[in-house]
Write a protein that binds this ligand. Structure first.
Ligand code: NAP
Length: 511
């Protein structure tokens, strides 16, 4: 049995104690193990604070960007191997695996380019130079400098490659050494990436703890930062335990709204149906950005339900290594139990449109094996009163459709009922309706995706997180913010106000 080692304090460490199994969610076979603990985490933090901090301090933004570029190439070169691991350990179809792995490579490349653009500087200017004295000789300038600490990255099970890559890219370019802790259940991909990245980075710049966190957070000091992606219960624990700067990406009840002007047969209508159907089934619905709540004009309710039903009924569910299968299992037994419980709660408050409560006979899988649930579409006639719809994220292939009268303010209110989401989408070619929706919905979403005929042909869909746009959301979604190009570096940096000779200040921020 393969025992996955962690890369800590400059060497590979197997840890000690009880072993935690990693399981193939299609067959339920144990495919690898990790130690439950036994790592010297204090030594890892020391190594990051000393070696990692020093090494990154020798480098300019451009040089750190070049490191991201090398990592992106390594991800792309190992693509096929990583896809195989993702199919085995996460139940990903080939297409799901590519979404994660290519997402990591694209994001690292984006930050490679950003580093190159920021050039040979080590400080980033913030705003225009100011005159703070009697004459222009006496100046003021705000600058961003890297934080003097360690960046701890804790990631969710659903994006083992992208999660590792997107957080690492921002911290690296900003100049903070990283200790990453991928989710244990799907750690095979992250472990392989750690092996690939290790020879490409200066010592101490990236350490990877494979397996449970153990006393990881006990080592966090005031100047460190913790970036977390995962469930709200873990997030709540982190909030009470971590006094350092903390970024949280948590649950999200993302909504999709069809505007009253849109015919379903139009380009915009087609985009809406394709996006909703994709989000129900891609990665078996285990996407933090997946659409969970769907609002459609009452006059089109039956037509939309029929169109979505048509799409998802054609999706073959089963062994994700097969070419004819489009949706695999959930990643873990725990996920299956949670999703089944979530569907049962939703089923008590809604009607079935398709898939009942998710019972399915998966293709190519021995009877009774695997963590499978079929795609589920539910409906309610009460978009605002159905509390279950707005209060519980079912992290699986499940969405609920509700009708409305087409009012933009009502649609924004529907988004708001989720109490803060990562992304919500609206599909309309009526600019006035869109303006009304955006103004009222924007405070409730980290990102608003505006589907229309003009952009339909080049749209990646609302579920794709782009490195150039911020990712995160208010309220329930955690209140965090990642990525967004240069904005993504800020979490790892601090502002310092400089005052002095204006020409000296200018030279400090010129690359
Ligand atoms: P989770 O159970 O909260 O786990 C997330 C991470 O936290 C894992 O690495 C986990 O490690 C770690 N963790 C657990 N207890 C810890 C502790 N005491 N100290 C330090 N780390 C600890 O979430 P999940 O089940 O992996 O992910 C599903 C959830 O993530 C969903 O609710 C989804 O909405 C959310 N999500 C959000 C985003 C976003 O960007 N907002 C993206 C993806 C997923 P172990 O694996 O070792 O337990």
């Amino acid at each position: 049995m393969q025992l996955l080692a962690s890369y800590l304090a400059g060497s590979w460490s197997n840890g000690s104690g009880a072993k935690v199994p990693l399981v193939n969610p299609t067959t339920e076979e144990v495919i690898a193990e990790v130690a439950n603990g036994g790592h010297d985490l204090a030594a890892a933090f020391r190594f990051a604070r000393e070696a990692g901090w020093y090494e990154l301090g020798q480098m300019t933004f451009a040089q750190r960007g070049a490191l991201c570029g090398a990592l992106a190439k390594a991800v792309s070169a190992a693509r096929e191997e990583l896809i195989t691991l993702a199919i085995a350990n996460a139940g990903n179809t080939r297409s799901d695996a590519k979404f994660d792995i290519d997402g990591a490579a694209v994001t690292l490349s984006h930050y490679a380019e950003l580093g190159a653009k920021l050039g040979d500087a080590k400080l980033l200017g913030d705003g225009e130079p100011l005159q703070v004295g009697r004459t222009a000789r006496m100046g003021g300038q705000h600058v961003w400098t890297r934080r003097h600490g360690v960046a701890v990255h804790i990631n969710a099970f659903n994006f083992p490659a992208w999660g590792l890559g997107e957080k690492l890219a921002c911290a690296l370019v900003a100049g903070m050494p990283v200790i990453a802790k991928p989710a244990t259940a799907t750690a095979l991909v992250a472990h392989r990436l750690a092996q690939l990245f290790e020879p490409l980075l200066p010592k101490g710049v990236l350490q990877v703890l494979i397996g449970p966190a153990g006393p990881l957070l006990d080592e966090v000091r005031a100047n460190d930062v913790v970036a977390f992606t995962g469930g709200s219960a873990t997030a709540a624990m982190l909030r009470s335990k971590v006094s350092a700067r903390l970024n949280i990406e948590a649950d999200s009840l993302n909504a999709a709204v069809l505007g009253p002007d849109v015919e379903l047969a139009s380009e915009t209508g087609g985009l809406f149906v394709a996006d909703v159907a994709r989000d129900i089934t891609q990665k078996t619905g285990q996407k933090c950005t997946a659409i969970r709540r769907v609002l459609v004009p009452a006059g089109r309710f039956d037509e939309v339900c029929a169109a979505l039903k048509d799409r998802i009924a054609g999706i073959a569910v089963g062994d994700p290594s097969r070419d004819d299968v489009r949706m695999g299992p959930l990643a873990t037994a725990q996920q299956l139990a949670d999703v089944r419980a979530g569907i049962a709660r939703l089923a008590a408050a809604t009607d079935s449109v398709y898939g009942g409560t998710g019972e399915i006979a998966p293709v190519g899988v021995p009877a009774g094996k695997g963590y499978f649930v079929g795609p589920v579409l539910r409906s309610t006639s009460d978009p605002m009163g159905c509390a279950e719809l707005h209060s519980h994220e079912v992290f699986g292939p499940v969405a609920t459709v509700a009708p409305y009268e087409g009012d933009a303010a009502f649609a924004a209110d529907f988004v708001a009922r989720g109490e803060g989401c990562l992304v919500s989408s609206a599909y309309s070619d009526d600019r006035d309706w869109v303006a009304g929706f955006v103004t009222s919905a924007a405070p409730w979403a980290g990102r608003l995706y505006l589907g229309s005929a003009k952009m339909a042909a080049q749209s990646p869909g609302p579920g794709t997180v782009l490195p150039s746009l911020v990712h995160g959301g208010p309220g329930r979604a955690g209140g965090g913010e990642e990525l967004g190009g240069e904005r993504g570096l800020r979490f790892y940096m601090q502002r310092c106000a400089l005052e002095g000779d204006a020409s000296v200040l200018k030279s400090l921020t010129q690359s």
